[in-house]
Design a protein around this ligand. Sequence first.
Ligand code: GDG
Length: 517
Amino acid sequence: MIPSPPSAVWTRLALHKLLRREFRGVRVIVVSNREPYIHRRSGGGVECIQPASGLTTALDPILRATGGVWIAHGSGDADRLAVDSRAHVAVPPGAPSYTLRRVWLDKETEERYYCGLANEGLWPLCHTAFHRPTFRLADWESYRQANRIFADAVLEEAGGDPALVFIQDYHFGLLPRLLKERDPRLTVAQFWHIPWPNRETFRVFPWKEELLDGLLGNDLLGFHLRYHCSNFLETVDRGVEAMVDSEHHEVWRGGKLTRVRPFPISIDFEGHVQEACGPAVKRHVETWRRELGNGHRFLGIGIDRADYTKGIPDRLRAVDRLLEICPEYRGQLLFLQFAVPSRTRIEDYQQLNRELAQLAEEINTRWARGEWRPIRICRRHLPQAELMALHRLSDFCMVTSLHDGMNLVAKEYAASRTDEDGVLVLSRFAGAARQLTSALLVNPFSVDEMGEALRCALTMPREERRCRMRALRSAVRENNIYTWAVNVMSTLLEVGQIPNLSAGLAAQEVAPAAVNF
Ligand code: GDG
């Protein structure tokens, strides 16, 4: 059972207090590939930066409250300079409250495990974006090797005591089993941040039994949606010897139970709102207004990592279609696409970047009028405050992923719009569409449908925009990142083997989770 928030919604402070009370004396170990703080060389010195990531927002408060250890791959060029002999560094800088333990991987292992198996194999396999996955035995061997290296680090940090290990994402499919085999007293949970495909799709994965067996080492396995949980259970049912209880979302294998549950991830709504209303964002609004000039009446935005699952080319084609069907927007609409380069060592990603440049050029050439061009692509990584300014300046935001586990951009857009204006055009195939039902939901594979949605967004009366945005905002406010963290952590208390934990929560007022996915 999930505890009720002490006030209307869960907050950072309420989560902190809950964890302080319930997890007192428990060693909490978080594992992710990406680190929450990176040390980089800068000028003649070293700077510590916090990469903008939903993962850090979600997990940092858990670690701060429990004073645990976060184990991650040390990827910064000054990371080795900042750690002690045990590869530890106290974070956050300035007000340390937990330990970051860095794991070192040699270049080849990193390349094959991370770029190869994880991003060229599992990533396209799990997303229905019709992108062929690439499987290489050498990549799989490196994936095994990287999982073993992380297992050693976790066991070292646990030091033989009972501990709660919370693993992030598809880079560590084998880690849960490796841990349980070596120390069955550990409570192990994992959150899979991307979709889980249907069982037919998963069948092509050459090492499916080993991966499924690895994941069934978890006591708790979380996905964003109930739908992904069901896909996983069906895959297990067909793929390995196990007893699957679809009604209770549980799997028994070799006398061990794994619970599979949906936990839709989110953002720090209140924190986001505060920043969006702050002076820095106001300044950026003015700067961007000047930068964009007044050669247009309407502004649309897209913000993504440049990834083929995000549906950016078809989004640009939808703008093209709008200009075709609604001549009144020619010379009037500017669509600004932010596409930060991502995974650029992989050829498919380089190809996407070329495609975007070419497509923008074609569309701009077709519709150019004097100085006006309909599409601008910006590849620079922007500070969060600038993104918020753009959210607030725009008439609509397009999130048209071909497939997406959740999509945090959609939630951030709604959170930034404290004026209750702006229209969100959202892919039906992003997990976020299950909560953000007041968006204009579209099929991202249909350029015509998206073109129509843009027409609808640009002609929507103010009252309807307000109504829809209000509903979007309350969905994000109520299901914020702290709700996610509380749900995960309290489910863990139920399944964990850590002494005296369940008692505390059982004594509290409890209520079912707010939304059923
Ligand atoms: C995976 C799943 C799931 C983007 N450009 C800039 C920037 N961003 C930020 C966005 C947002 C984040 O990056 C991207 O989040 P998404 O949710 O869209 O996606 P993935 O990176 O694909 O993440 C996804 C997520 O995990 C969490 O579980 O939702 O489905 O694929 O926060 O704002 N941030 C800054 N500058 C940029 O230029 N500062």
